[in-house]
Design a protein around this ligand. Structure first.
Ligand code: NAD
Length: 501
């Protein structure tokens, strides 16, 4: 067998991870994981049925009392072992992630996998560090305090662009807080979520705490969201599907967390370091072949720097090495699938009617789902290429004159996930951080994330946070406990209901 397909026999038992073991789906419908770099088959598996979702939710429900009842220290210890095991399996995880997604191996080795290991270590620590209001005698006659309790069984749904990191972002805060979870990864990319769950079991996290159902969105996904025994839905994916998920979750009165699409602006003021902005724009727009919800997609460049920025980005994009994801020097891998490649190409082809494709706009060959880095100018602010989420290696550049105009253009889409501003002027930077409507604003950089800080959107990019203490709180519910301190049978306040003073 080709070296790139090593280790796949571990999935022979199936692609559902329920109650601490792999088993096959029972939907009667097969699915094939395809290597997007070659179009070759990686793995055939059977999708989850709604009955498989029921079994996973039952396993999570059965595991809940034991896991929620464990001490924070016990949960933390198990999660520290989990982090260590993921670290030991880093190369295996990087290989599988590159295989199923077509990501360059240097990206999975240096970003996806270490980020997920670090997240695991962060939430292992956080498990012992829930914070809240201090207990006190707020009424004078009572002592009040707050308990933060787990919510119950969490149902999570993830996209295909960062399968391992999405599993980490969903599973870790949930289980650190004492919940149990059923995660549905995207059908295209189940491998590393299954390996993640297996590592949780191997680290001693009890069976049923982490379950994976690999099924289609319409049946397994909707069944999970609407399931009466699921107390919270956490979804990452497109805004269109997020709206459908929200309808179902709301009709069953669930806690809801939505991480949706993005169309991040990249605002370059005329005092910016041009070389830094050019390098930042190319890196920020091409990361993960542009399939990143925070990728730089719309660069607004103040007129004096505009021409130099466009030619700098075009020149740098021309140096990008497209190729085999397993080649150490490959910069840009394929898109996730040929269908996604064709979708991106269609956006660019439609834009040719009203804008200029400065570089790229080409699929180099048809074996892999590759698309060249693409730079577009001359598009109107209200055009599709500027407004819609493309999810490919495509950057649009537009000029602006005044600072007011640049910031207004940055805010002119329905999204609000992330943004960056490039300037050496501290007041301009401060204004951008205040006025840009997004869950994250970088100054003089674009993309870096860290476990300690929250990630999440404004507006059509959703609500709720991943990573950080903020996401930990999302997976808890607050209970007010109030003790009477007077030991008096006839309490003063009763007279408002009956009797006199
Ligand atoms: P998608 O919305 O098509 O699918 C996401 C997940 O939802 C998949 O697991 C899919 O099977 C499932 N799904 C589909 N239909 C469903 C339904 N009716 N009910 C329940 N589940 C359903 O998204 P995608 O194409 O996999 O991923 C790309 C999208 O994800 C982009 O829009 C991107 O911006 C977004 N994304 C957002 C973030 C963030 O943090 N905000 C992070 C990564 C990706």
């Amino acid at each position: 067998m080709d070296n790139r397909f090593q280790g796949l026999d571990r999935f022979a038992a199936g692609a559902q991870y329920i109650g601490g073991r792999l088993r096959p789906g029972t939907s009667g419908r097969g699915h094939t994981v395809v290597d997007p770099a070659t179009g070759e088959k990686v793995l055939d598996y059977e999708l989850a049925s709604t009955a498989d979702v029921d079994a996973a939710v039952a396993a999570a429900r059965d595991a809940l009392p034991g896991w929620a009842g464990a001490t924070p220290g016990e949960r933390s210890d198990a999660m520290h072992r989990f982090a260590a095991l993921l670290g030991e399996r880093a190369e295996d995880l990087a290989h599988a992630e590159s295989l199923q997604c077509g990501k360059p191996i240097k990206l999975t080795r240096e970003f996806d996998v270490p980020g997920s290991v670090d997240n695991t270590a962060f939430f292992a620590g956080a498990a012992r560090h829930l914070q809240g209001q201090s207990a006190g005698e707020y009424s004078g006659d009572h002592t009040s305090y707050v308990r933060r309790e787990p919510i119950g069984v969490v149902g999570s749904i993830a996209p295909w662009n960062y399968p391992l990191q999405m599993a980490a972002w969903k599973v870790l805060p949930a289980i650190a807080a004492g919940n149990t979870i059923v995660l549905k990864p995207a059908e295209l990319t189940p491998l590393t979520s299954l390996m993640f769950a297996q590592a949780a079991t191997d680290a001693g996290i009890p069976d049923g705490v982490v379950n994976i159902v690999t099924g289609a969105g319409r049946d397994a996904g909707e069944h999970l969201v609407g399931h009466p025994d699921v107390a919270m839905t956490s979804f990452t994916g497109s805004t269109a599907v997020g709206k459908r998920v929200a309808e179902i979750a709301t009709s069953t009165v669930k806690r809801l967390h939505l991480e949706l699409g993005g169309k991040a602006p990249f605002v370059v003021f005329d005092d910016a370091d041009l070389e830094a902005a050019v390098h930042g724009a190319v890196a920020g727009s091409l990361i993960n072949t542009g399939q990143d919800c925070t990728a730089a997609t719309r660069a607004y460049v103040q007129r004096p720097l505009y021409d130099a920025f466009v030619s700098g980005v075009a020149d740098l994009m021309a140096t990008i090495r497209i190729g085999d994801p397993f080649q150490e020097d490959t910069d840009l891998g394929p898109l996730i699938s040929h269908a996604q490649r064709d979708r991106v190409a269609a956006f660019v082809d439609r834009a040719r009617a009203y804008a200029t494709v400065v570089t790229g706009g080409v699929a180099p060959h048809n074996d892999g789902a590759y698309y060249r880095p693409t730079l577009i100018t001359g598009a109107a602010q209200d055009s599709e290429i500027v407004q819609a989420e493309i999810f490919g290696p495509v950057l649009v550049v537009l000029p602006f004159d005044s600072d007011d105009e640049g910031l207004a253009l940055a805010n002119d889409t329905p999204y609000g996930l992330a943004a960056s501003a490039w300037t050496r002027d501290v007041y301009r930077a401060g204004r951008a951080t205040r006025e840009i409507k997004a869950g994250c604003v970088w100054i003089n950089d674009h993309i870096p994330i860290i476990s300690e800080m929250p990630h999440g959107g404004y507006q059509a990019s959703g609500f709720g946070k991943d990573m950080s203490a903020y996401s930990f709180e999302e997976y808890t519910q607050v209970k007010h406990v109030m003790y009477d301190n007077t030991a008096v049978a006839r309490k003063e306040w009763h007279r408002t209901i009956f009797g006199d003073r």
